[in-house]
Design a protein around this ligand. Structure first.
Ligand code: C2E
Ligand code: SIN
Ligand code: SIN
Ligand code: FE
Ligand code: FE
Length: 367
């Protein structure tokens, strides 16, 4: 009993420290690591892992785990699955004699599980979002006090996970919204969603070749598909005309750059700022002969210069109501010829170095 009391004050101290430590950490994986390490120390366990419940597949996967790479298990078997589905704490005294225990993971990792404590992580709606597991207590086996402690630490994990999952969901729906916006232009136009997808991937490749960092490459992949959004402001008569546009009609068509900019521009949003700039500048030309402003060279943003090459390559190799698709050879040689006039030569070089990848993207995402 003496020993237990001493233990508890030690544990309380660690818990207080934990609160302080995670309140100053914002990265989910770091928070989970701190929680896993603390649980291991407090419970005197050999290992801990934090599983996330994937409801769609009825599986659990480790977002944090000591000693092993990511593990994915069915929620229908094993102690972790039992904790997830029953929403009840599972204490296993002797794993290999316990019907709840599933040996598959041990067989896969070579680890020998002796005893287990698994507590469900529940959100504010009392739905399972994950499971916190501790393995192999150093002395003795896990008891109810250990379970209470892990539930307490698990509460931190639940709150952190719930916030992070909500944020990730929000981000996913934001990206979907952006893609829908790009597609909105296509309802009116003969361009397809495969076209916008390809332009995104092409611009990402070129940016990578130019040595831009992963953040920039992702940003341009996300934003360049919106370059023609302004076409929703152009009448069908012009947009869908099967033949060549008159000068007057083409002048109207040229407004799509500025219309797109006005639709997209949002001062405080980095993604929409880049999207707007690309919409505005994707028909500018390196020698200053483009529209709407006749900017030249570095007056045109890098994103605008990259998207110009990606867009024209894709437009040339695609069929339009007004033209047949060009062959790859014709399109490549046109782009080569236009280095220094229409296009930034450095961007053309980066394009030429990745021709194989361009062709693969074109194959993979067909109209
Ligand atoms: P788009 O079809 O997406 O074409 C994008 C850009 O690819 C064009 O910008 C142009 O730079 C290049 N491009 C596409 N097809 C050809 C081609 O056959 N030859 C050459 N040399 N370049 C080509 P641009 O010229 O500023 O046109 C912007 C948009 O205006 C086009 O987008 C398309 O929607 C429309 N458009 C342009 N010309 C015509 C036309 O003669 N008839 C019709 N119906 N629409 C046109
Ligand atoms: C960048 O290089 O990050 C952007 C520069 C530009 O848009 O010109
Ligand atoms: C770069 O950042 O790589 C070039 C930026 C520019 O030329 O605008
Ligand atoms: Fe355009
Ligand atoms: Fe386009």
């Amino acid at each position: 009993m003496e020993n237990r009391t001493q233990n508890i004050s030690e544990q309380l101290f660690m818990l207080l420290n934990l609160g302080r430590e995670i309140s100053t950490t914002t990265n989910l994986d770091m928070i989970l690591k701190i929680l896993g390490d603390t649980a291991r120390d407090i419970l005197k366990a050999d290992r801990c892992s934090i599983f996330i419940y994937d409801e769609e597949h009825n599986e659990l996967w480790t977002r944090m785990a000591h000693g092993v790479d990511e593990i994915r298990v069915s929620a229908d078997v094993g102690v972790v699955g039992k904790a997830a589905l029953s929403k009840e704490v599972q204490i296993v005294i002797d794993a290999y004699k316990d019907f709840r225990f599933h040996q598959a993971v041990d067989l896969q990792t070579g680890y020998v599980t002796k005893n287990i404590l698994a507590v469900p992580l529940l959100n504010y709606e009392n739905k399972t979002i994950g499971v916190f597991q501790a393995l192999n207590k150093k002395e003795g086996t896990f008891d109810n006090i250990d379970a209470e402690l892990l539930i307490l630490i698990g509460n931190y994990a639940s709150v952190s996970l719930e916030n992070a999952l909500l944020y990730e969901r929000l981000q996913r729906s934001q990206i979907k919204l952006i893609n829908k916006l790009s597609e909105a232009a296509e309802f009116k136009d003969s361009e397809t969603s495969a076209h916008t997808k390809r332009v995104g991937l092409y611009t990402q490749l070129i940016a990578k070749e130019l040595g831009k960092d992963a953040y920039y490459c992702n940003l341009i992949k996300l934003t360049s598909p919106m370059h023609d959004i302004g076409k929703i402001g152009i009448s069908d008569e012009i947009l869908l005309k099967p033949g060549k546009l008159s000068e007057e009609e083409f002048n109207v068509m040229k407004n799509h750059s500025e219309i797109g900019y006005k639709i997209l521009y949002e001062k405080d949003d980095e993604i929409l700022r880049m999207a707007a700039q690309i919409a505005l500048e994707h028909h500018e030309k390196y020698d200053g002969s483009g529209y709407p402003k006749g900017l030249s060279k570095e007056e045109i943003s890098l994103a605008g210069r990259i998207t110009a090459v990606a867009d024209v390559f894709d437009a040339l190799t695609s069929q339009r109501p007004y033209k047949k698709a060009w062959s790859f050879e014709e399109a490549i040689s046109f782009i080569k010829q236009s280095a220094g006039s229409h296009f930034d030569p450095a961007v053309v070089d980066a394009f030429l170095k990745n021709i194989e990848e361009f062709l693969q993207i074109k194959q993979k995402y067909q109209d």
